[in-house]
Design a protein around this ligand. Structure first.
Ligand SMILES: Cc1cc2nc3c(=O)[nH]c(=O)nc-3n(C[C@H](O)[C@H](O)[C@H](O)COP(=O)(O)OP(=O)(O)OC[C@H]3O[C@@H](n4cnc5c(N)ncnc54)[C@H](O)[C@@H]3O)c2cc1C
Length: 414
């Protein structure tokens, strides 16, 4: 028993996907002590992928995709402090101070604070028209703004920008996407796939302008007038900024924990203080599979890191060795990416992008390093396992399964 007569337990900072899943995993792993979860949002933990998809396009606002219903959390004995910010980790006194004045003593802390969306100073004059899509409330507000005939400008042709473009077009909005890089999705998929996706958007009526930046804006009677770096003007009823986020690592930095592009953790999710873990979008971990340190901003990473940190706290440590994986849904296509495809053409392909069941393998030094599948989730799941296992790829076997080496296909086409 310490501060205010509370028993020290696990304090989870951030009631998002990774924070919520860590709490659940702790109980399933046999942890019986107190679990306190502190969250700025007033919602129980929920999944964010529907925010740029179903929440925008369903005929009615769908229910939030909660990880668990409130009754289940009560059964698990997890205590939430919602609408509260964790302000300070006292590593000497072993307590977390919360904005409502509560002081939570801890044995272990798990930092699961996610990202802070990047903002564009040039949009300050039209702040009333601007939205950043991170929370369920953001999505509901955006949904109300993208009805038929509305002019939507989406800044950033990343996953959130393009998914929102597809959703907004479906709702009848006129959509323009402004991207500073010379192509969409440059952080996510190889150029050939981005070109195919850009074609889908163009066919749906989305105006994608690459190599352009918004440099100024002005309010024109409730309409945002945006000025681009080539002098062009665009009018918008709403402006979605989807230019990524920065790791929300302030509380970790203030506590003196090591960090560089996020909170640095080892293979068990432990920070430079072994009693403090970090999981999800905020955590920079080392991947033994790809021999590099990175932060992954994906549903699966939130799941996997939560599992690893909770297992370690429960005393059955297994290191984080997983193949990165994410998906995106645009128009009628479910696109899944596993591993690291790089910015090259694939080594082997089955079909072409746009074909149902398109699958591409990216092979380096005879081993599978990445895979992209469209509408074939099971194949990508198998590829994920193969990447993790690190086995050698047999071209003869692939040919027998209907894959063509890309170079061979290029020769046939010429
Ligand atoms: C619109 C959208 C669509 C997405 N689509 C996909 C997809 O299709 N596929 C995919 O793989 N991934 C997708 N993702 C990514 C995925 O949702 C994230 O990787 C995942 O939510 C990360 O979980 P997290 O717990 O690290 O962060 P979050 O879920 O963002 O949770 C962090 C929480 O911490 C809270 N917090 C921050 N600081 C404090 C503090 N000091 N005190 C208390 N609380 C604090 C925040 O308010 C937030 O609620 C999408 C994300 C978004 C936003």
């Amino acid at each position: 028993m310490t501060a205010a007569g509370r028993t020290a337990g696990v304090v989870i900072i951030g009631a998002g996907h990774a924070g919520g899943r860590t709490a659940e995993r702790l109980r399933h792993g046999g942890y019986v002590g107190p679990i306190d979860v502190v969250g700025i949002e007033r919602e129980l933990p929920y999944e964010r992928p529907p925010l740029s998809k179903g929440v925008l396009t369903a005929p009615e606002v769908p229910a939030n995709a909660y990880l668990l219903p409130a009754s289940k959390w009560a059964e698990l004995g997890v205590k939430f402090h919602l609408g509260c910010e964790a302000l300070w980790i006292d590593r000497v006194g072993k307590a977390v101070t919360v904005s409502n004045g509560t002081v939570l003593p801890y044995r272990k802390v798990v930092i699961a604070t996610g990202l802070v969306p990047r903002r564009l100073p040039a949009l300050a004059p039209v702040a009333a028209n601007v939205i950043h899509l991170r929370t369920f409330q953001d999505a509901v507000a955006l949904r109300q703004m993208i009805g038929a005939g509305r002019r939507a400008v989406l800044i950033g042709a990343g996953l959130i920008g393009l998914e929102t473009a597809a959703s907004a077009v479906k709702r009848g909005a006129a959509v323009t996407v402004i991207e500073a890089a010379d192509r969409p999705l440059s952080r996510f998929v190889p150029a050939y796939l981005a070109a195919w996706l850009a074609g889908l958007h163009a066919a749906a009526g989305v105006d994608i302008r690459c190599g352009r930046r918004v440099v100024d804006s002005a309010d024109a009677g409730g309409v945002a007038r945006l000025v681009l770096d080539n002098g062009a003007h665009i009018e918008a009823d709403l402006v979605l900024v989807g230019i990524g986020g920065v790791p929300n690592d302030r509380i970790a930095r203030n506590a003196g924990l090591s960090g560089e592009n996020g909170v640095v953790v080892n293979e068990f999710g432990q920070t430079s203080d072994p009693d403090i873990f970090a999981v999800g979008d905020v955590a920079a971990h080392f991947s033994p599979l790809f021999a590099r340190r990175w932060r992954l901003e994906s549903w699966k990473n939130a799941e996997d890191m939560a599992a690893v940190a909770a297992a370690h706290i429960c005393g059955s440590a297994a290191p984080y060795v997983e193949t990165p994986w994410f998906w995106t849904d645009q128009y009628d296509h479910n696109i899944q990416v596993a591993g690291v495809p790089g910015d090259t053409v694939p080594s082997f392909e089955r079909g072409r992008p746009g074909d149902r069941g398109y699958l591409a393998y990216f092979v380096e030094d005879g081993r599978l390093r990445g895979a992209i599948g469209i509408g074939c989730g099971r194949d990508v799941r198998l590829a994920r396992e193969a990447i993790k296992a690190g086995g050698r790829v047999d071209p003869g076997d692939l040919a027998a399964r209907g894959f063509a080496a890309t170079a061979a296909r290029a020769r046939r086409a010429s």
